[in-house]
Design a protein around this ligand. Structure first.
Ligand code: TRP
Length: 333
């Protein structure tokens, strides 16, 4: 909370091409929050370097991620859109919070365990303290709500623990944030293994539909989507492939599962997959067109980065100096 205004914060990593899972599960819902909250949406480049990055690629993806935010409907007049590394208070607060976070807590983070298994040649301290940087992102803005995917819920819980711990020592220091899971499309699954989440880092690119895929690619990927041996379009736990396609179709068309079942009664999977592909491509077409326009105007994106960072810094400075004072750091004005 800043004054009377409730705050919403979320971050997306610039570490890969964003998928329709990121779009439906996160970014698409971000815009709605700006009606009721002061919203901050951050491209978290400092998080990205916990695994090795190619510098030119990281830079390009930072521009792209900001452009995608905007292309997906986030109006920079109504939301503070910015890049993490341009607001140095993130890293500074992360250090302070590190001193109030326990080794044992961080050791229990499932994402750390997964990532250190996957990148066993580079289990760096940043990978370990990543959730503390994420807590700093959130607490820096006295955030009330954090829209995240289910995989980030544990990190937001840790952030709450850290905030509560500090509030016990230094009363009223932080707003304790709530995680918010998306209502619809909360989890879009892989097209190849529909019991696994669709992941932008999946090596099988046929399993993943990217926001920037062209129409032919989208239709081809849906045609190959794994379903089951029945031929019935029905939403059911024992039909993860078909159910996932129904979720995607429902998100893009607004139709309910009942309506979809009726629409495709007596039709085969081929027809259904084509319809899902077309609905997806049609919904993404305006996003892609806007993205291309934004990317063609690099100076415009840079102006937005600058403006966003200035806006974010104003709030970040206020929180950081409040904490520094409470901790006993000398402050000379
Ligand atoms: N860790 C998040 C992810 O990988 C991204 C993120 C960084 C974030 N800081 C955040 C999300 C703060 C919400 C709030 O998806």
């Amino acid at each position: 909370m800043f004054g009377e205004q409730k705050v919403c914060f979320s971050g997306v990593q610039p570490s890969g091409n964003l998928t329709i899972g990121n779009y439906l599960g996160a970014i698409k819902n971000f815009a709605e929050f700006s009606q009721h909250y002061k919203t901050f949406y951050c491209v978290v480049d400092e998080h990205a370097i916990t695994v090795r990055q190619n510098p030119a690629e990281l830079r390009r993806r930072t521009y792209e991620t900001l452009a995608l935010y905007m292309a997906c409907g986030l109006d920079p007049e109504k939301n503070t859109l910015y890049v993490q590394s341009m607001v140095h208070e993130h890293a500074e607060l992360a250090w302070l919070l590190n001193c109030f976070t326990m080794f044992g807590e961080l050791s229990r983070m499932t994402q750390f365990k997964d990532k250190s298994a996957k990148h066993s040649d580079n289990i760096n301290a940043g990978l370990f303290t990543y959730p503390v940087l994420m807590a700093a992102d959130i607490l820096l803005f006295q955030t009330d709500v954090v829209p995240v995917g289910i995989d980030q819920k544990q990190h937001v819980e840790l952030c709450r623990d850290i905030a509560n711990r500090l509030n016990q020592i230094y009363p009223d220091l932080f707003t304790v944030p709530e995680p918010i899971m998306a209502k619809s499309g909360k989890k879009i699954m892989s097209l190849a293994e529909p019991t696994k989440k669709m992941s932008k880092s999946d090596e099988n690119t046929n399993a993943v539909v990217y926001i920037l895929d062209d129409k032919d690619t989208i239709i081809r990927k849906f045609k190959r989507a794994v379903t089951d041996s029945e031929a019935e379009i029905r939403f059911s736990e024992d039909k993860p492939g078909v159910s996932n396609l129904m979720t995607i179709y429902s998100c893009f068309t607004g139709n309910t599962y009942d309506e979809i079942e009726r629409e495709f009664a007596g039709k085969g999977y081929g027809d259904f997959k084509l319809a899902v592909g077309e609905a997806t491509a049609d919904a993404l077409a305006p996003v892609q067109a806007r993205f291309a326009e934004l990317m063609a105007d690099k100076a415009g994106l840079e102006a937005q980065m600058k403006r966003g960072a200035e806006e974010a810094s104003y709030y970040a400075r206020r929180t950081l100096s409040k904490i520094q004072k409470k901790l006993g750091f000398v402050q000379i004005r």
